[in-house]
Write a protein that binds this ligand. Sequence first.
Ligand code: NDP
Length: 450
Amino acid sequence: MSNFDFDLFVIGGGSGGVRAARIAAGHGAKVALAEEYRMGGTCVIRGCVPKKLMVYASGYPEAVREAQAYGWDATIGAFDWEVFHRKLEAELDRLEGLYRKGQEGAGVTLHDCRATVAGPHEVRLADGRIVSAKHILVAVGGKPFVPEFEGCEHVLTSNDMFKFKTLPKTMLIVGGGYIACEFACILNGLGVEVSLLNRSALLRGFDAESRDVIVGQMERAGVRIRTGHVIDRVTCKGTAFSVHIAGQTEETYDAVLYATGRVPLTEGLGLEEAGVKLGQRGEVLVDEWSQTNVPSIFAVGDVTDRIQLTPVAIREGHAFADTVFGANPRKMDHDLVASAVFTQPEFGTCGVTEEEAAGTGADIYTSSFRPMKSLFAGNDEKVFLKLVVDQKTQVVTGCHIVGPDAGEMIQMVAIAMKMGATKAQFDATCAVHPTMAEELVTMRSPTRSV
Ligand code: NDP
């Protein structure tokens, strides 16, 4: 018999936490989980899920324009945010209920309150009760980061994007990463006048040529984009906000969104008091087994600031539970993790960029074309594909896709890449015609070598 109340106490009911709790319970562990807000965490409640539904909502005006070009007598009326929002809330409630049911069904004891670490084997609940556990898993995720400047309390973050009573007419978005670019496209599609401003190039760190294609299409779709600027003051003027761009003039918007990264949510969690080492950004430092320097405390997901993606957190949580409770030691493999940016056009990416491959001896294959569907409709949307191939081994080390359903395509390509597929094996795969993806197996000679 264990001297502890639980074998595992999970702090945080997001993607990583719920997976770890369910799998550990399935291995026979006695598990408790505390969540201070809503079960499901950032991905389900205020991230990937509501965002993707907004992406779908925002695509209809373009779909109707295309329908007209295809001969349909189609028109689109106004977008009713209230209708959409009501349905969105109902869907999030449904999903939250499913997450709760999944935990309860697995025998996990749920605490709907904040929990903090009180020692290597102790957790303090919001009401002051101390619960003991042989192992503690920290899976509290992250929160939006907003830099300090005059009036920074007036700006919105991604957490606020699903709470509008009515949509703003004009909006400034500051940042140039996943969230800024995705919301710029979503809001533009929903009819908001969007201005996007960042201190450096948009989507920095992604393949530069692919990024340029996206930025060009975003501009053509009506997003005003400026780079090389920062904001030094935001003032509230009744229902509007006056924004001062450093060294420039004032501009007025109905709302200002900051999407300037996310930081681990470790403040006040009791980790340092328990002896757990944190990094410079407040992230929990863990080894490849997701174990901290305190052997009984582990951490998975965004709080560790490794790769901030839902499927990564899920796999880290699963590997932890199998290792500690399933007698099946497994590490999460962080190599070749594909991801998608849900801009319009969509971006799917896996492996090294051309810039990262430069100087290593790589062949770059590219293909750029107007897809059949939009060509017929008379719009100038382009698809861009790039393969990075190591010259010595001929292994495909990078793939970057800009175009409709790029996220779906990169998932498939990532399987081949994970298997170490060579360019010759891509070429030996017969094309599926007529598709956009067939170009991935028909790129004959390199565009250049780097
Ligand atoms: P990102 O790290 O992707 O981008 C942050 C952006 O903010 C960069 O353009 C950065 O510029 C800029 N920035 C950072 N600090 C400052 C500052 N002090 N002042 C002005 N600008 C600043 O963060 P996001 O918030 O977009 O997303 C957070 C994470 O969430 C991502 O890393 C991603 O992993 C995850 N996510 C994934 C999604 C998906 O899979 N589709 C969707 C949404 C989020 P610079 O380039 O100069 O540093």
